[in-house]
Design a protein around this ligand. Structure first.
Ligand SMILES: C[S@@+](CC[C@H](N)C(=O)[O-])C[C@H]1O[C@@H](n2cnc3c(N)ncnc32)[C@H](O)[C@@H]1O
Length: 267
């Protein structure tokens, strides 16, 4: 079955609520906030500038962009009405707005946007090249694109051979991601869109506490139950095992995150 992030609303209001809380918690992990701060530091935010986040979800990353882009407009765009409604419920921030839209067909004119950010979006779409060519179209010459995405093929939660926690992480990547190898293909995709790659770097999202890896167990494990691989009792046990490791200090979740920055050439 298709990655549910391709059409979040179709999976019901409980899924929308789960996604809102997963995204909020992830954006507020110190390591993730640091990754975002670091790539925003490489961008210019001129007075009166226009900055868009494609696939903004419930708006946590757009809020971080808006904190940097004072004096400009930040627009968070996402196809999910449920997630955009959640984004709009947050505390209003001057210059920040949210709207529904598809990253493959933006309403913005050619050369009208200063910065485009895509944070864990391209790994969830069937045709990333279309979103990248739209980003290239709307960027001003000299404007910048940032793509930040996980290398889902290499995420791990296992502490040893045949660790069932690893199976949960693998199930999560298999059922909640469209292209686990997106980060490996990212540079040529961005270059094919006519943009010049200025930075390509990797940071570890390491999870030893909190709910980041619990989501992999809950979502991946629930999928195992749905597909009939395991019964609900084992899912409860897997969650309990996650919590035991978190409490005892033996939890080790890992997800490499790639940051790519590219510029639209000046004519
Ligand atoms: C994992 S979430 C990331 C949300 C947000 N960037 C964050 O990190 O908090 C992926 C988002 O991509 C959105 N998405 C899926 N297909 C899209 C498309 N064609 N155009 C724009 N966004 C899309 C989903 O609705 C979802 O909100």
């Amino acid at each position: 079955m298709a990655d549910p992030f391709q059409n979040v609303d179709a999976h019901g209001s409980d899924f929308v609520e789960t996604v809102v809380s997963v995204l909020y918690n992830r954006a507020h992990e110190p390591v993730m906030a640091g990754i975002v701060d670091d790539y925003l530091a490489g961008l210019d935010f001129p007075d009166g500038g226009v900055h868009i986040e494609i696939g903004a979800g419930s708006g946590d990353i757009s809020r971080q962009i808006a904190a940097r882009a004072k004096g400009g407009a930040v627009i968070g765009i996402d196809p999910s009405e449920g997630l955009i409604a959640a984004a709009k419920k947050g505390t209003p921030v001057p210059g920040l707005s949210f709207e529904t839209g598809d990253g493959a067909a933006l309403r913005f004119g050619d050369g009208s946007v200063d910065n485009v950010v895509m944070h864990t979006v391209l790994s969830h779409v069937p045709d990333p090249a279309r979103l990248l060519s739209e980003a290239a179209r709307v960027l001003k010459p000299g404007g910048r694109l940032v793509v930040c995405d996980a290398d889902f093929e290499k995420m791990s939660l296992g502490n040893g051979f045949a660790d069932p926690m690893q199976a949960c992480a693998q199930y999560f990547a298999e059922h909640f991601v469209t292209d686990k190898y997106l980060t490996a293909r990212l540079r040529p995709l961005v270059m094919a869109a006519g943009l010049t790659v200025e930075r390509f770097s990797l940071t570890s999202r390491t999870i030893t506490t909190g709910t980041g890896a619990r989501n992999w167990v809950a979502m991946g494990g629930r999928k195992m139950v749905e597909t009939g691989l395991i019964g609900p009792g084992l899912l409860d046990a897997l969650l309990a095992e996650h919590d035991r490791r978190a409490e005892e200090g033996t939890l080790f979740g890992h997800q490499p995150f790639v940051t790519l920055q590219a510029m639209k050439p000046r004519a």
